[in-house]
Design a protein around this ligand. Structure first.
Ligand SMILES: Cc1cc2nc3c(=O)[nH]c(=O)nc-3n(C[C@H](O)[C@H](O)[C@H](O)COP(=O)(O)OP(=O)(O)OC[C@H]3O[C@@H](n4cnc5c(N)ncnc54)[C@H](O)[C@@H]3O)c2cc1C
Length: 443
């Protein structure tokens, strides 16, 4: 008997989005899921990640949250400080996030999130990983998606998919080709910002009472200054303190490379934050010479569509964002869960009808595109507010900060109760399930 779960699902990229998508389809009972990934293994950068309740909801449902939570920090508040003085501009308590939204707000190590997802995938015989294998091109977007892939050490071959899901990141080849077919160009955008990512070990910090207090806390701290900031929090059972910065992209301006990363210079990094307080200096000074790495922060102009034929984009491939709202990976994982939900709704007798598949993927786009576009815009807006220099606008911002979120709004948008409510209270999988027929009928 025909069964929609027999559809062949092909996923490009095993980043957070690809792993989450593969697991979501397997959990829905799909039996043929292939994941193609250029890298030879997961190889995630040594960095932390915020895990807001909206992604925890999905991870919980996918059965991999307990493992990730075992090493995570359950965040109870955020402290926003003037970078130059360490004086607190605002302290937003978040004691009841779990009570309000059903799931906690946590921070963790990226490898812990990726590892949890990957271990979940490995328990599913339906998922087959093809590491060291790149998508070369999409030969056809419909009626079936046909792609050419190339293993690193052997000849290229073609793969046919009933549904092709492209989680191939900011430099998505699938997006470039999809937009070309639709007669428009892929337009990546420079944000003018770059980031340092730093991880400090407990053994390096414990001699310093002020640093130790940060490491032992349940608090996310953001030090802000003109055109730059540092955000920091404990991860890995509070054995590592993770710092991530944003600053003007001066080092990359002249020399962009393919990976958007560059070995940074420690003296340059110290110079960028030279007017920040001694506590920040002491932490930055712990970074070994030669181990400073800088990331270029890039986004993409809003896309006309995320779907063409039997192919859908997800994650950074279609809504790359500045990190200031801590929602990039969360959105990618949510996308995958929504895709699994809508594709599972295809009636068995229509499962090989190309129009049904396209319309189903369009339901995903209808659900997710307005929301993700809003969050991308909000992350950019939050960055502009955080990076204000002296003047009236900054005075007004700091006055708002001093309300400590009691008016329902905080200029640092990830910590703002109104924004949290807007992001955390949506159960997108439930919404996809409840609204599928209605949205499908509009197409
Ligand atoms: C400094 C910084 C801090 C951040 N903080 C947070 C945070 O706190 N919370 C949060 O939710 N998000 C955060 N993000 C955002 C988050 O990291 C990204 O949005 C997320 O990782 C995107 O996942 P993805 O799977 O869409 O893409 P990626 O992680 O980029 O994965 C794409 C994958 O596709 C593979 N690939 C690419 N091309 C091909 C091809 N042709 N063939 C085969 N494979 C291919 C790549 O090798 C890669 O593994 C942050 C980002 C930055 C830069």
């Amino acid at each position: 008997m025909a069964d929609v779960r027999d559809l062949r699902i092909v996923i490009i990229g095993a980043g957070m989005g690809g792993l989450g998508t593969a697991l979501a389809f397997a959990k829905k009972g799909f039996k043929n899921i292939d994941v193609f990934e250029t890298a030879s293994n997961l190889g995630f950068v040594g960095a932390g990640i915020q895990l807001p309740p909206n992604v925890v909801r999905v991870l919980h449902r996918l059965g991999c949250w307990d493992e990730i939570f075992a090493e995570a920090t359950n965040v109870k508040g955020t402290s926003i400080r003037q970078g130059s003085t360490n004086a607190e501009l605002s302290h937003v308590d978040m004691p009841d996030i779990e009570e309000k939204y059903g799931f906690p707000h946590c921070t963790g190590h990226r490898s812990s999130l990726a590892g949890g997802l990957f271990n979940g995938c490995r328990k599913q015989s339906a998922i087959k990983f093809h590491f060291s294998t790149s998508l070369v091109k999409v030969n056809s977007f419909s009626p079936k998606a046909v792609i050419t892939v190339k293993p690193r050490d052997s000849d290229e071959y073609t793969v046919e998919a009933d549904v092709l899901l492209a989680s191939d990141g900011i430099k998505s080849r699938t997006r470039t080709q999809m937009l070309a077919e639709l007669g428009t160009e892929s337009q990546e955008e420079d944000t003018g910002q770059a980031a340092y990512r730093i991880m400090l070990k407990r053994s390096e910090m414990e001699h310093d009472p002020e640093m130790l207090e940060l490491l032992n806390s349940d608090t996310v701290v953001r030090w802000v200054g003109e055109r730059r900031h540092i955000i920091a929090y404990p991860v890995s059972n509070k054995n590592i303190y993770n710092l991530s910065s944003a600053q003007p992209d001066t080092n990359f301006a002249s020399a962009t490379n393919a990976t958007y990363t560059t070995k940074g210079s420690k003296s340059e990094m110290l110079k960028v934050f030279e007017d920040f307080c001694p506590l920040v200096h002491r932490m930055l000074n712990l970074v070994p010479d030669g181990e400073v790495c800088e990331w270029k922060l890039r986004v993409h102009k809003p896309l006309p569509t995320w779907v063409h034929g039997s192919v859908a984009l997800l994650g950074d491939a279609c809504h790359a964002t500045l990190p200031h709202l801590s929602q990039g990976a969360a959105m990618a994982i949510e996308d995958g869960a929504v895709l699994a939900e809508v594709v599972s709704k295809i009636p068995a007798d229509k499962m090989h009808d190309p129009e049904t598949i396209t319309k189903t993927l369009k339901v995903y786009e209808l659900l997710r595109k307005p929301h993700c576009s809003e969050l991308v815009a909000l992350a950019a807006h939050s960055g502009r507010i955080l990076h204000l220099g002296e003047g009236k606008a900054k005075e007004e911002r700091d006055r708002e900060f001093r309300q400590n979120g009691k008016t329902g709004s905080v200029p640092d948008k990830w910590a703002s109760p109104d924004v949290q409510k807007m992001i955390y209270s949506h159960d997108w999988v439930q919404e996809a399930s409840d609204n599928f027929e209605r949205l499908y009928a509009t197409l």
